[in-house]
Ligand binder design. Structure first.
Ligand SMILES: [Zn+2]
Length: 366
């Protein structure tokens, strides 16, 4: 081999090595600086990117405590509980039909077997059950009850007829355990889920029916909205022990604002910013002690260490505590929360002022 050929070969090798080094450097630069990480590629939409969710705490127009919450997001309609009177079925249906135009309730959640949560689902010979009025796709209710009431019997019959007509029925325990096709977390829309919590009394005896309540929260971006039915003090404490509860933008006050619910154990974990109470404020329906009428002085004092943004559906008027007589008027009326996971608003069918600014509060709880 000539000297010249040998020199050319060395130059060629040097060029090839230089090209290889450059290619490697470019590859490394792309890998470390330009490539999209897998977590970036699958990142959920930023907070505020969700569809609008609305939560409606219905004023049912009668003078009794009773829960009914309607939730809408896109084509998904959810109803939690059905008020305290069979006649509420009319009020609830005429309200829900403004939003739900296809007659389908994707989810019906019934928290426990007390009249003030099941009446409109039970129906009677005068008022058709909500189960008859809607195509209810998935019904999720309480795993246990001690109830033997007639209204509970009618509830079971109406629910089972809906199941025979094609509805799927799970208990909240089946959801939590994900057995028989039930899910712990149901997607409602992009970035929005409905999540069933573990309540100790799903599979343990409770002397108080309220403690059997179905508990769940809806997560939307960084916001969480918690519903615990009429869960009492013991149940709330277990709820904090057995679940990794998130901070909650909104909490439906437990048991209509009873002094035995919305306890510090729960509130200190969820630290609510907004609280809605379904009740007839100051009514002597259950007590003649004015401080213990819903929402009770004790529960309000605890809640107000976290927030003043408290909304109440109805209020009692012309109250005769001793004889347990009263009439009803709206307080905030139907309370509607709207959020896309970032913006958040409250609108009320009556006064939009939070409870502490109301005449009722100044007169009865100040
Ligand atoms: Zn109740």
């Amino acid at each position: 081999m000539s000297k010249r050929n040998s020199k050319n070969k060395k130059i060629l090798v040097a060029v090839v090595v230089a090209v290889l080094v450059l290619a490697l450097a470019a590859g490394a630069y792309w890998y470390f600086f330009l490539r999209k990480r897998p977590e970036e590629q699958t990142a959920p939409p930023a907070s505020g990117a969700s569809e609008e969710l609305s939560i409606h705490f219905l004023e049912l127009g009668n003078k009794y405590a009773g829960d009914c919450v309607y939730i809408n997001i896109g084509n998904v309609d959810i109803l939690i509980d059905g008020g305290s009177r069979e006649s509420s079925a009319e009020t609830i249906a005429s309200y829900v039909d403004r939003y739900c135009t296809d007659g389908v309730l994707e989810y019906v959640i019934v928290t426990h077997a007390d009249r003030d949560h099941i009446a409109a689902f039970a129906g009677n010979s005068t008022y058709r059950s909500l189960f008859e009025r809607y195509d209810c796709q998935t019904i999720i209710d309480f795993p246990r009850t001690n109830s033997t009431t007639q209204v509970y019997g009618r509830y079971v019959a109406a629910r089972d007829a809906e199941v025979a007509a094609g509805a799927v029925h799970y208990t909240a325990l089946q959801c939590y355990r994900e057995t028989d096709g039930a899910k712990r977390s149901y997607p409602l829309a992009e970035g929005v889920t409905m999540n069933f919590l573990y309540n100790y009394y799903y599979d343990h005896h409770a002397s108080d029916e309220n403690n059997y309540s179905v508990c769940m929260y809806i997560a939307q971006g960084g916001y969480n909205y918690l519903f615990t039915g009429d869960l009492e003090k013991e149940g709330e404490e277990f709820l904090t022990v057995y679940n990794d509860l998130p901070r909650c933008k909104l909490f439906k006050a437990g048991h209509h604002g009873s002094k035995t619910s919305s306890t510090d154990a729960l509130l200190s974990v969820i630290r609510p910013e907004y609280v809605c109470v379904c009740c007839c404020a100051g009514s002597p329906e259950y007590t003649t002690n004015a401080d213990n009428t819903f929402p009770t002085r004790e529960a309000l004092e605890r809640i107000m260490t976290y927030t003043d943004k408290i909304y109440v559906t109805s209020q009692a008027t012309d109250v005769d505590l001793k004889n347990k007589k009263w009439e009803v008027a709206p307080l905030n009326g139907t309370v509607v929360i709207r959020s896309d996971g970032s913006a958040f608003s409250v609108a009320c069918s009556a006064s939009s002022a939070p409870l502490p600014e109301s005449e009722w509060f100044k007169t009865n709880r100040f």
